[in-house]
Design a protein around this ligand. Structure first.
Ligand SMILES: NC(=O)c1ccc[n+]([C@@H]2O[C@H](COP(=O)([O-])OP(=O)(O)OC[C@H]3O[C@@H](n4cnc5c(N)ncnc54)[C@H](OP(=O)(O)O)[C@@H]3O)[C@@H](O)[C@H]2O)c1
Length: 334
């Protein structure tokens, strides 16, 4: 195996110091250390991958780098008794596609502690259609439940609703009986959002209050926020008594302002979601739920499958907030 070059999407600097991604062949000796050598069948496109493809140093810790925070494939070589050769293996988060080379590659090498067994009820394709986006959406829903938000508590807001995390959070919540208000900047996605179960759709501008009012009228009982910035500030000030927002994203900004009043006067909870470092017992529980009654019914409707050579325009669209749903990257034909 050691002499065989493999295909990957490599982000590197050219002679002028500009970041230049390209699809190229690399040697197996360049892979990071790890117990499992995996032939990747599919990966996916997440916002973090789009940043890594641009060489963003917050994600791609060093260059050259291979993005791809999700991967499913087969164990080719193993130094772990738990993972014999030929086993199907799922990896999302940890350092994949961030601290170390990721899943936009025919081969990856990872520690066995990152490997998760694919639940019987999920196909490989479904696991990547969900990927980190679905995992994060499910973590957000679990967070709201943990904080006492039930279907009869009131409406739940989902921002960035046509994006990967957003549409999967919307699907799961609607399936569980919650009344979901979807926030989207894409009129063209309204039909899809309704199909996924949105009971109401708001434009992004309607959840973006730039006033310095410490509290706004109570509008929702809870929220899944993928946007951050002033959207998150607006949500925190607009939640009802004992409301909760699961904050997971930053597409609209990394800083946000609030006073302590929503926390002191309304008992609002702001719960941060970190999928990459999710502890293993919780990780397995989330995948179990995603394979069970949280599995979105309309996964096919919101998923596109592409090859590595078609990924560039999708990265650009994602970085401009123009992508809808999920993108699975098929590496089986490499
Ligand atoms: N914390 C974690 O562990 C974790 C895990 C996964 C993802 N994330 C984060 O969650 C966010 C979404 O990830 P994703 O993979 O779902 O990305 P995505 O598919 O690109 O979805 C992002 C969506 O946000 C909306 N949006 C884009 N730019 C915006 C702006 N300037 N203002 C307001 N809304 C905007 C768009 O939806 P509409 O057009 O419908 O508004 C867009 O489709 C990212 O910030 C990502 O880093 C975090």
């Amino acid at each position: 195996m050691s002499g065989t070059p493999f295909q990957c999407y490599l982000v590197a600097k050219d002679n002028s110091g500009n970041v230049q991604p390209k699809i190229t062949l690399r040697s197996i000796t360049e892979l990071p250390p790890g117990d499992l050598l995996i032939r990747v069948q599919q990966s996916s496109l997440n916002y973090k991958d789009a940043l890594a493809a641009r060489g963003h140093s917050g994600v791609a810790k060093s260059l050259p780098h291979v993005p791809g925070i999700d991967a499913i494939g087969t164990v080719l070589e193993s130094e772990s008794e738990d993972w014999p050769e030929g086993d199907k293996v799922l990896v999302t988060g940890y350092g994949l596609g961030s601290d170390c080379w990721g899943g936009w590659s025919e081969l990856i090498r990872v520690p066995a502690s990152w490997a998760v067994r694919l639940p019987d009820e999920l196909t490989s394709h479904e696991a990547m259609a969900l990927g980190t986006a679905g995992f994060t959406a499910a973590q957000c829903v679990a967070s709201l439940q943990h904080h006492g938000i039930r279907p009869d508590t009131g409406q739940v807001l989902v921002t960035g609703a046509s994006g990967g995390v957003g549409c999967l959070a919307l699907s799961i919540l609607a399936q569980l009986g919650y009344r979901v208000v979807a926030v989207s900047g894409k009129p063209a996605a309204h039909a899809l959002l309704r199909q996924l179960g949105a009971s109401q759709i708001l434009d992004r501008k309607e959840v973006n209050d730039s006033s310095d009012q410490p509290l706004l009228p109570s509008r929702w009982s809870a929220a899944v926020d993928t946007v951050g910035g002033s959207t998150l500030s607006t949500i925190v000030r607009s939640l009802g008594h004992r409301g909760c927002v699961a904050a997971c994203g930053l597409v609209g900004g990394v800083n946000f302002e609030t006073s302590v009043y929503p926390f002191l006067l309304r008992g609002v909870t702001l719960d941060g979601i970190d999928s990459a470092a999710c502890p293993r017992p919780e990780r397995l529980d989330i995948w179990k739920r995603l394979a069970g009654d949280w599995k979105p019914q309309h996964l096919d409707l919101l998923t596109n499958v592409i090859s590595l050579s078609d990924i560039q325009p999708r990265i650009e669209a994602m970085l401009h907030g123009n992508l809808t749903g999920r993108t699975v990257v098929d590496l089986s034909g490499c």
